[in-house]
Design a protein. Structure first.
Length: 293
């Protein structure tokens, strides 16, 4: 059992709070029983061939277990190949962003979970008029493009909503907030394990792929967009583009966007939070296309 916070393993894992160390170690840390439950589910039912959920190390402290969930997850994770590492409760608490750990902290591989641009495009490509998704085969419908988002909470919330709507892929335009940032991962509530995504700066190539696959490129824009309730822009296969929190949609995207939509506003607020606006538009797409889903 590891009892010292100066243990080299513990020092190394604590460094995963920083992006550069997540990149160097090619892994990120996850805690929270709900997130880990979704990770375990995704291990047996991967969302796409280009992503695999692979647990690395499981740091655990049995005195912190308060029910049956944590022991079950420990068994499932070790059964999936994770290395179990018992640690003192005080040591595990130093790895936790909570006031008190729930008894488990697990590393997962970054490169295992993230798709390349080519892999994700292939995943959302029509195959004989149908598309492969986590829920089964269906026609290609809605994908999201996140334009250089910088807030981890916004990105995590968009992941979670996209998962609820059944979005088969997210494209994250660089430079953007790290999807493996602890705050992002926590905000996804486990949906980071369910929604395939790729980071890219190859914008023209991405848009060419999407246009070839029949997706309309629709930008969310308060000032130039048509009222989403009165527009046909969200009907059919759509790549919905959500802009940066401070700057909105980047100028280099606007020459390729085919149409714009906005969410009606009747109060004094200047704009909606990007995660809120994205959620409204995703569900409006779902309503408009309900008969084809």
């Amino acid at each position: 059992m590891i009892t010292s916070t100066r243990n080299p393993r513990i020092v190394r894992i604590r460094k995963l709070a920083q992006r550069k160390h997540r990149q160097r170690q090619n892994c990120f840390l996850v805690e929270g029983l709900q997130l880990l439950s979704m990770a375990v589910e995704a291990i047996s039912t991967p969302s796409t061939p280009c992503a695999r959920v692979r647990p690395g190390e499981v740091y655990y402290s049995e005195p912190l277990f308060t029910g049956e969930t944590a022991p079950r997850l420990l068994t499932d994770l070790t059964g999936a190949g994770a290395e179990p590492i018992p640690v003192d409760a005080n040591v595990l608490n130093t790895l936790s962003e909570r006031d008190r750990s729930q008894g488990l902290a697990v590393t997962f591989g970054v490169s295992d979970l993230e798709c390349t641009l080519e892999q994700l495009v292939l995943t959302i490509s029509p195959i004989s008029g149908r598309q492969i998704t986590a829920a089964g085969a269906r026609s290609p419908k809605l994908v999201l493009i996140l334009d250089r988002l910088q807030d981890p909470g916004n990105m995590g919330t968009i992941f979670r909503t996209a998962d609820a709507v059944g979005v088969p892929g997210l494209f994250l335009l660089e430079p953007c907030v790290d999807p493996f940032d602890p705050k992002t991962v926590r905000s996804t509530m486990g949906s980071i394990f369910s929604v395939p995504f790729a980071r890219t700066s190859r914008i023209d190539e991405l848009f060419q792929h999407l246009a070839r696959l029949g997706y309309s490129l629709v930008g969310a824009d308060t000032t130039r967009g048509s009222n989403a309730w009165q527009s046909d822009a969200l009907r059919g296969p759509v790549a919905l583009i959500l802009g940066n929190e401070a700057q909105g949609l980047s100028p280099d995207l606007q020459r390729t966007i085919t149409s714009y939509v906005s969410v009606p506003q009747h109060g004094r607020a200047e704009s909606l939070n990007v995660a809120v606006a994205g959620a409204v538009l995703m569900y409006e797409w779902l309503r408009v296309n309900n008969e084809n889903i």
